[in-house]
Ligand binder design. Structure first.
Ligand code: NAD
Length: 308
């Protein structure tokens, strides 16, 4: 294993998140080797000097570190273990960082089945939405060995807010932290949609109700900030598809089950998300459950005159 920080970064998965993350890596001066099943997703990067690889194995063979940013554990499995996957190209002692919201089982299996290859494997999922990916201000929660985290810090700092790049524990801890963040955020969303709908139906002005919540002990980041995208602009954040939000909630419930902790509230939130996905489609935004409540009460929850 080399102790030098990587200069050539391989990146697989150039979607809503990966496209912004790679642009920022390129801007920071890293040489990129990229791959996605959608060739056109790399056009801009290649025009800017990135190398296009035709398989994940080729990405791994040409990079100091290979990063995956893929929708679900199933996609990560294909990209890592497939016939032309990362494992077919990565050098012994090479580094793979999975930044997808996923689960530790796959990496554990790779470690067990390839223990002689001394691979360095980290999980480093992110928060901050596609806007955070675009402006290089992601929050990054890293599970793995401290020396690897330090070696890779310049890579993480090119994509995230240096103040909020957190080494959260051993391999697998990053995935767990990320799932709990999403579980709580989605719970805040459903609770807020319910409360605003009841209050508005009870005749309270939406702006007054929200400002009262913000001024009260019941305030939250969601009520204060994030809900404004719906209330101000009718924007349900299509940058994060509800299909992926449902995937995260399912993984979170699985995690609760695997550690033997009941998840009654989380289970309910998952069901509400699944209802919204069934009603509005896979590509609807992650905040579409608010719309379930709006449709139920026959009122769009909107504030007049919001400009920012
Ligand atoms: P996305 O669907 O927009 O992008 C995924 C990309 O992976 C697509 O470009 C797709 O073509 C590519 N892909 C799929 N299968 C592939 C394969 N076999 N080989 C190569 N490429 C393949 O998803 P996203 O919104 O960018 O999310 C990526 C991950 O980040 C997910 O795990 C998600 O839960 C997580 N995440 C998303 C957000 C967000 O706001 N969008 C925020 C935090 C975390």
């Amino acid at each position: 294993m080399t102790s030098a920080s990587p200069t050539r970064v391989g990146f697989i998965g150039l979607g809503n998140m990966g496209s912004g993350m790679t642009r920022n890596l390129q801007k920071a001066g890293f040489d990129l080797v990229v791959y996605d099943i959608r060739r056109e997703s790399a056009d801009e990067l290649v025009a800017g000097g990135a190398v296009w690889a035709t398989t994940p194995g080729e990405v791994a063979a040409q990079s100091d570190v290979v990063i995956t940013m893929l929708p679900t554990p199933r996609h990560v499995d294909t990209v890592v273990n497939g016939r032309t996957g990362i494992l077919s190209g990565i050098a012994d002692g090479g580094t793979w960082v999975d930044m997808s919201t996923s689960v530790p089982e796959l990496a554990q299996r790779v470690r067990a089945e390839h223990s002689d290859r001394e691979l360095r494997i980290l999980d480093a999922p992110v928060s901050g939405m596609s806007i955070g990916a675009a402006n290089g201000m992601l929050q990054i929660f890293i599970g793995g060995e401290a020396e690897d985290v330090e070696r890779l810090r310049p890579v993480f700092e090119a994509m995230g807010d240096p103040e909020r790049i957190i080494h959260v524990g051993a391999a697998g801890a990053g995935y767990a932290v990320k799932l709990m963040i999403n579980q709580l955020w989605f719970s805040h969303l459903v609770a807020t949609a319910e409360v605003l709908s009841i209050g508005v139906k009870a005749g309270v002005n939406l702006d007054v109700l929200r400002r009262s919540l913000v001024a009260s002990p019941a305030n939250s980041n969601f009520v204060q900030n994030d809900v404004m995208s719906v209330l101000g602009h009718g924007d349900y954040d299509e940058g994060f598809a509800i299909a992926l939000a449902c995937k995260d909630l399912g993984l979170s419930i699985d995690l609760a089950r695997s550690v033997g902790v009941p998840a009654e509230l989380s289970g309910l939130v998952e069901q509400i998300y699944r209802r919204a996905r069934a009603q509005y489609g896979d590509h609807a935004g992650e905040m579409t459950p608010v719309k379930l409540y709006e449709d139920l009460i026959g009122v769009d929850l909107r504030l007049a005159g919001v400009t920012a």
